[in-house]
Write a protein that binds this ligand. Sequence first.
Ligand code: ADP
Ligand code: MG
Length: 677
Amino acid sequence: MYSLQTPLPAVTGIGPTLAAKLATIGLESVKDFLLWVPLRYEDRSQKVTISQLQAGELITMEATVDSKSNYYRGRRSIQSATVSDETGKLKLMWFNNKYIIDKLVKGQSYLISGKLNDRGMMVQPIVENVGVDSLHTNRLVPLYSQMPAIKQGTLRRILKHILDSMETESDLSDEVLTAAGLPNLKTTLYQLHFPDQPELVVKARERLAVEELLGLMKKSLEIKSQWENQTQAPVIGTKTHTVTLPFELTAAQQKSLSEVLQDLRSAVPMNRLLVGDVGSGKTVVAGLAALQMIKALKSVALVAPTRILVEQHAQTLQKLFPELPIKVISMGTTKAVQKELASNQEATFYIGTHALINQLGLIKPGLLIYDEQHRFGVNQRSATSTSIDGKVSSPHILTMSATPIPRSLMLTIFSHLQLSVIDQMPQGRVPVKTWVVPERKRPESLEWIEKHLSEVVENSSAQPPASAQALIVCPFIDPSRSEALVNVAAVTETFEVIKTAFPQRRVALLHGRMTKTDQKLVTDQLYEKQLDILVTTPIVEVGVDLPAANIIVIEAADRFGLASLHQLRGRVGRAGQQAYCLVFSASQKASAFERLQRFSQISNGQELADLDLENRGAGDIFGTQQSGFDQLRFASWTNVELIKIARTVFEQLNQLPEWQPLLDVRQLSAETVPLAN
Ligand code: ADP
Ligand code: MG
């Protein structure tokens, strides 16, 4: 019998070597393992007879082995078998798979899952015994992102074994949750991996979504009480230092700024969330707040999710505030840099990625700003306080986010946060013209881009600056070998195609697996407008601000949620110019096409988020892709109903003395979610 706490080495089928490998990706207990959630499911439940077989359709059938053989062609071994049912005969074929031929027994029936090819046979089908609970055929089959050292089939077998040997009795908290209409924990985990019907996956994910929200609520409450009791923060003066900006702040920006400044004048550490749709101008508000803190002779630290954003923030903030001493802190902070940090007496505006958090003890910032983290200060809290004269001192914290969540619900979950909202766009913004482009029009669309880049270049008096730029975004870096991710546009391949298609243009490649130096080289060129076309991954999804970019092409767009698509589209037209978004998708599903069609018609982030939620029906669980930057794995900020349920349940559970959330913050952090890049 296993429980959620059972360590993985105690599970039959997981030896010490495998357990050690799993531990390297943070999987140590049965709970961790069971929360390795399928990326999607393949529907192999459709059962047909041989006479009903149609080429290209994924099916499962039951048939008897008539004959089998194993032979060699050159270096390759080939296995073949003939099977039959009462309606006909069929030839099956495998390559280099001697195991299968040993396993098949003449005269015995099997469940066979695969696709008929044009030559009337089935290549590399999956075979299982009839009668046992099938895992790989005859059902909705879960597909997982690659786990080190485990093949998909083995992973499924171990998961099934664990689920079949779990303790069954449910505890008090399980009862509270089921009373609220959610499935019990055992059902949840079972249906998540081996669903009987698509609808039951939805139910299971709802339960996990509520669990996730409960974890956040609990943590938030803890932070709130810590925060109020033991901390104090540096204050700024009452005078506001002004600078001349190239534009006027919107009323919403002004209001948010004064809310922030008011907090900074108090020694109670601020913990404020600044929310605003993509392009609403959050950075300048943060910059103005930073300016005041530095004038008060305290340093400021800004943490951004990617290297690119770090470089960009350094550049744009330096332009807006030439007098600010800005310093970029890079990943591998050396001893020398640490020494410099420690000895630097001047109030400095430090900008860096997550690694910067480890240096906060040296920097001792008065204000800590998180950009686009989507995690609302829940994880980082402990690293930020420093002890001065026996008193704990905390920086003020400002978190910026474009997450579309209704104000009232936000405060329901995050009792430790104050909220400022920028609900207004800078003047003169025009919606990005968006088209879903059919595959057959691809050549034309490339010509269109070429022409469009030229037109703008020649019209040199145009606003934005003379040279226009195009971004081409692909979901993944390499052509994927993982069976869950075949046929998805890969950035490396696309780069080659684009280079050939645009011989006159300066084309560059950018993705997260390039060296830091190479990434910086490309981003510098990009901001210096030495590039016309950038082929990239969703690494540019969040926050990238390229005023000259006016065309974005999104490949395999069905792989992205609407919120991600909206973020991506927000990368163009940021100087107020007319911009264009070309959306491609090879998906044959009518629902996918319709979703993208709606995306092309709607330009408001909140509206798209609502739509994403509406669409999250039973059919939509196949092939949904999470954005790597989102704190949430299961819940959605816009799922009002679930958030309400979570709130009610939380009030009851929080009364129970020994209640602990199923998902703790470690499990809630984005790092444990397999990222697309
Ligand atoms: P986001 O909220 O998405 O982070 P940014 O802060 O990057 O948005 O701002 C988007 C763009 O709009 C930037 O180029 C910025 O300089 C510009 N901007 C910000 N505020 C205004 C304003 N009030 N008027 C005109 N442009 C603005
Ligand atoms: Mg931003």
